[in-house]
Design a protein around this ligand. Sequence first.
Ligand SMILES: NC(=O)c1ccc[n+]([C@@H]2O[C@H](COP(=O)([O-])OP(=O)(O)OC[C@H]3O[C@@H](n4cnc5c(N)ncnc54)[C@H](OP(=O)(O)O)[C@@H]3O)[C@@H](O)[C@H]2O)c1
Length: 325
Amino acid sequence: MARTPLPAGLSYRGKTALVTGANSGLGYALATLLLRHDISFLILGVRTVEKGESTKARLLQEPTTKARKDAPEIVFYTMDMLSAESVVEFSEQILTQVPKLDIAILNAGIMPFTFTKSSFTENESSYQVNHLSTAMLAVYLLPLLKKSSAPGQPTHLTIIGSALQLSSTFLKKPIPDSISIQEYMNDPKNSSNFNSRYSDSKLLIGMFTRELATRVDPAQVIIHDVDPGILDTDIGRDMPGAFKQAAKAFAWMIAKPPLVGAAVVLHAVGRGKESHGKFIDVEKVKPSVSFKDVEKGKRMTGKNWEETMEIIDRFNPESMKRALE
Ligand SMILES: NC(=O)c1ccc[n+]([C@@H]2O[C@H](COP(=O)([O-])OP(=O)(O)OC[C@H]3O[C@@H](n4cnc5c(N)ncnc54)[C@H](OP(=O)(O)O)[C@@H]3O)[C@@H](O)[C@H]2O)c1
């Protein structure tokens, strides 16, 4: 499907953007494209100092960056999203060292092939990285995003979601009221295949994003989650040989280069209030994601919000109060 091109003359001059997972795939492409469109201050979220240094060096060597007349400032901060403490530390650094943030793109994510748990939190890895740590970042960064907005100039919080959330089993069969979502996600019996863990974690962050948006004025911060399309990246890096080969063949047939996905995301970032609290499926703004049993879906959405907030506040007390005041 042809993608709508980014507006001619699109310029982020004078703006500050943050991209997590900036060292590879979609994140690196987003950093490249933001630089191509004049971003003045670019913050990279990466896992290690080595990755930060090499990513910054690669970005500065991109012909389009070298061709710029001005010198963009690129900085990086490290964070391991398997660890809640690391997310808190990363956010504290941003909040204390970055005076203004116009665009936050929470892109880092994983699709682990086998059932693994974070050694820091004991939570299943995709639940931790794709949902809990991403939700934590969103909440911790919100006060800075609010402070950085001006009348008629909202800032943007863009979560990289996935259309695979639409195939989550929860839409047909929500988690029963009697079990906590954390307990359910951490039980290997309930997420025996990698596809369901990924889809479920992307639905949970999508549900959380939509709830968060109902509590934030879009005149200040526009919040949404976006599917960038199927991209040829390293997301399937954990797959064993045969799967990886099949995935590569599939990617060769239909996946787009990461820069195409980056343009889709920047297109979403350019959207206004109509996208607030919505899921943007490549270029289609979808009102919501529907549960088969609407009442049960509502209850699970409420439960996901409460539980996630409780976990977030445990690691950074009062953070939600600060985010929503
Ligand atoms: N590829 C697709 O077709 C597709 C489709 C829809 C949505 N998405 C979403 O797009 C986003 C980017 O994925 P991608 O396709 O570009 O895959 P990728 O190349 O594997 O990039 C994933 C990024 O996330 C970072 N990351 C992973 N675990 C992390 C952790 N514990 N702490 C901090 N950073 C971590 C990785 O850093 P390291 O290199 O250090 O691991 C990497 O920079 C993901 O949210 C993915 O779900 C992708």
